[in-house]
Write a protein that binds this ligand. Structure first.
Ligand code: AMP
Length: 383
């Protein structure tokens, strides 16, 4: 057990300068920490609010050592970091999340194995590295199933749903990107997620269950409280904490799950960092997921996580930014966050808005009535 504590005034290094890093940095700065960020973009969302910027590729060993040399603790905002490069940082400074959790989270096969080993439920799956193994795996799992690349995929990229034998050949193309996992396609009732936090003294905390609505495989809305039964709510929160404990993780762990019609739950995937589905916590909980992450990696006592009011978070993608800005003067009590990204490409996460209302239905209605999310996505940015 590590009792080391990082205090305000000391420097936190963040690998990755995107919006998650930016919001981590803003929380950390509110507490009095200094921030150094490693990102290749000289004007990254996190770089804009950091004290030091190291402008270099994430996987540069030299940059990693440079970051470690000026930081008292190093954390990351995304998983696709080279383990060897992170190891270099870990040799020089404190990397409480560890290299092992990163290697689990960036590989769907390792991830599912780790969840199973923790005794927690995942949808039936088999791994495959060759076309023959893939055909065997599909035979065993049955149709419909989904083939996903083990590494590198996100927001539904690198995935193919199979309904019949004829599609196996197309799915085999995915093997070009490395091993794949074949998973049973489950007809879930809802997609939910839970963010757990754990510090290196072993203290855990868990945020309320979020109900997630995706569009084109990208998170669209998060509704809290999730519109699910109390038993499922309890179970989902327990699963997240059990997984955080089993992995002995430090920081925040986002656990995405499928809630089935019979009340059972499958864990779909995990992210060892703050997560888009936890942005609601910034205004709707006493402690935000970002503040909690900072407390956890600095080994401070974790904050309270109760939901203060019903809330809906809606993502602002490239195609929504202009309509949102045009409407902004009329939007009362909308907490609009924009991440400082220059180019509003369609599908790119530019920001989010959080509406705290007497009920989630009220927030959903206001979002719908704003018309911002109902415009034709491409025409909205002239593409
Ligand atoms: P993922 O990249 O694993 O989060 O998958 C992207 C989306 O595809 C999920 O949010 C689900 O909506 C859907 N999906 C993924 N795996 C399955 C599955 N085994 N059964 C049903 N839907 C799935």
């Amino acid at each position: 057990m590590n009792r080391k504590v990082i205090l305000p005034g000391q420097t936190i290094g963040i690998i990755g300068g995107g919006q998650l890093g930016r919001m981590m940095a803003l929380s950390a700065k509110a507490m009095g920490y200094r921030i150094a960020v490693l990102d290749p973009n000289p004007d990254s969302p996190c770089g804009q609010v950091a004290d030091h910027k190291i402008i270099a590729p994430y996987n540069s060993g030299q940059a990693m050592e440079e970051l470690a040399a000026i930081c008292d603790v190093v954390t990351f905002e995304f998983e696709n970091i080279d383990e060897n490069a992170l190891e270099l940082a870990a040799n020089r400074t404190w990397v409480p999340q560890g290299v092992q959790l990163l290697s689990i989270a960036k590989d769907r096969i390792k991830e599912k194995n780790a969840i199973m080993e923790a005794g927690l439920p995942v949808a039936p799956y088999k791994s495959a590295s060759t076309t023959n193994e893939l055909a065997e795996a599909v035979k065993e799992i049955g149709f419909p199933c989904v083939v996903k690349t083990a590494r590198g995929g996100y927001d539904g990229k690198g995935q193919l749903v199979l309904k019949s034998d004829r599609e196996i050949e197309t799915a085999a193309e995915l093997l070009k990107h490395g091993s794949c996992v074949v998973e049973k396609w489950v007809s879930f009732e809802k997609e939910i997620s839970v963010i757990a936090a754990r510090n290196s003294s072993g203290e855990t905390a868990v945020f309320p269950v979020a109900e997630n609505i995706h569009k084109n495989n990208i998170l669209h809305q998060t509704i809290v409280p999730a519109r699910i039964g109390n038993e499922a709510r309890e179970q989902a929160m327990q699963l997240a904490v059990r997984l955080a404990d089993a992995l002995e993780m430090v920081g925040t762990l986002a656990v995405e799950m499928f809630l089935m019609g019979d009340g059972s739950i499958f864990i779909n995937e995990i992210a060892p960092r703050p997560h888009n589905s936890g942005h609601f916590t910034i205004e709707a909980c006493e402690t935000s997921q970002f503040a909690q992450h900072i407390k956890a990696v600095c080994n401070l006592p974790l904050g309270k996580t109760e939901l203060l009011r019903p809330v809906v978070m809606v993502n602002v993608l490239g195609e929504h930014q202009e309509p949102l800005l045009a409407k902004l003067p009329e939007l009362r009590n909308w907490n609009v966050h924009l991440y400082g990204k220059n180019e509003a490409k369609a599908g790119r996460k530019m920001g989010h808005a959080t509406l705290i209302r007497d009920s989630a239905d009220q927030a959903l209605l206001e979002i719908e009535e704003s018309g911002i999310w109902t415009l034709n996505s491409m025409s909205a940015i002239g593409k």
